[in-house]
Design a protein around this ligand. Structure first.
Ligand code: AMP
Length: 299
């Protein structure tokens, strides 16, 4: 596996494979790899001739400087894990390579960036994401890029950007990887105290409770939210939001007539966690829903 620091080296490494018609897949990450990241890399490895993983802790998408400061970093471990999976190129540029002095351009998606995470983290968050992902797409020129359903709003924002700007890349959304007790894997879980780690399982229970209620026939979003809130309250967790939203637009649904997303965010201790689950009215048995978001609606 090559570890590449500059755009020039990256382009040079990909020139030959591109000319030979090889499929290039990109997995954008901020490092501190866990099984969620590795599942994206494995899917890319199965589907593409050349796998590029980018590792860049993007300052532009952090609304809180303290969060950026304490974001977990472990380059040596990340390199070893990516190499083990068979990643071809780990692109790990410095901040100056991505944002050289004089950098003034931004890519901004309206609408679906303004709710949920956008409302809580501010405009700059998704602008930071879309700008850096646009740059990565231009640097790598992938045919396909892999994102996790864990950050479902981010994945939908990227799909919208790709569609609106005619970017020649397919966006694959891969299922959320969870701990055995249901907690969605996240680099931020490392910050949870043992007590908070135990309480954090309430997020997944809240999402499961929504599916259970829907499977039992409940269709009213207010009643479903109340059920999820009760689950969080029992763990003394006060959420930033709990919503039932459209899988296309992320607008709140007024009745659960088809599939919808249950999305939530909450501080558990000092750590802010997010999670979501696809809610399916047709699902009449109690099991975890790990269906990835399908592409067609807004691909
Ligand atoms: P990050 O390094 O947190 O920016 O995440 C890089 C990619 O991994 C994003 O597309 C995330 O959605 C994805 N990801 C993070 N956590 C998980 C998880 N638990 N399961 C699946 N994908 C994940």
């Amino acid at each position: 596996m090559n570890v590449i620091r500059t755009v020039a080296e990256l382009r040079a490494a990909l020139l030959g494979p591109r000319r030979a018609g090889r499929t290039i897949g990109l997995v954008p990450t901020m490092g501190a790899f866990h099984e969620g990241h590795l599942s994206l890399m494995r899917q890319a490895r199965r589907e593409c001739d050349v796998v590029v993983v980018s590792l860049f802790v993007n300052p532009a998408q952090f609304n809180d400087p303290a969060d950026l400061e304490r974001y977990p970093r472990d380059a040596a471990r990340d390199e070893a894990l990516a190499a083990e999976i068979g990643v071809d190129h780990l692109f790990a540029p410095g901040v100056d390579e991505v944002y050289p002095s004089g950098f003034t351009t931004a890519v901004s998606v309206a609408g679906i960036t303004e709710t949920l995470e956008g409302a809580h983290r501010g405009r700059a968050h998704f602008d930071g994401v879309t700008t850096v992902v646009s740059k990565l797409f231009n640097m790598v020129g992938p045919e396909v890029a892999y994102f996790g359903q864990k950050d479902v709003q981010q994945a939908l924002v990227i799909r919208r950007m790709v569609r609106d700007l005619d970017m020649p890349v397919r966006i694959e959304v891969c299922p959320t990887v969870r701990e055995a007790d249901g907690l969605a894997l996240s680099s931020r879980n490392a910050h949870l105290s043992p007590d908070d780690r135990a309480r954090a399982t309430a997020l997944h229970r809240a999402l499961n409770a929504v599916q259970e209620e829907v499977s039992a026939g409940e269709r009213d979003p207010a009643a479903l939210r109340a059920r999820a809130l009760a689950e969080l309250e029992a763990a003394a967790i006060e959420p930033d939001y709990v919503e039932l939203v459209s899988t296309d637009t992320l607008a709140p649904v007024s009745r659960l007539d088809g599939e919808a997303l249950a999305v939530l965010a909450a501080h558990v201790g000092a750590t802010r966690l997010i999670d979501n689950q696809l809610i399916q009215p047709s699902l009449n048995h109690n099991r975890e829903v790990a269906t990835p978001l399908r592409a067609p609606t807004i691909a």
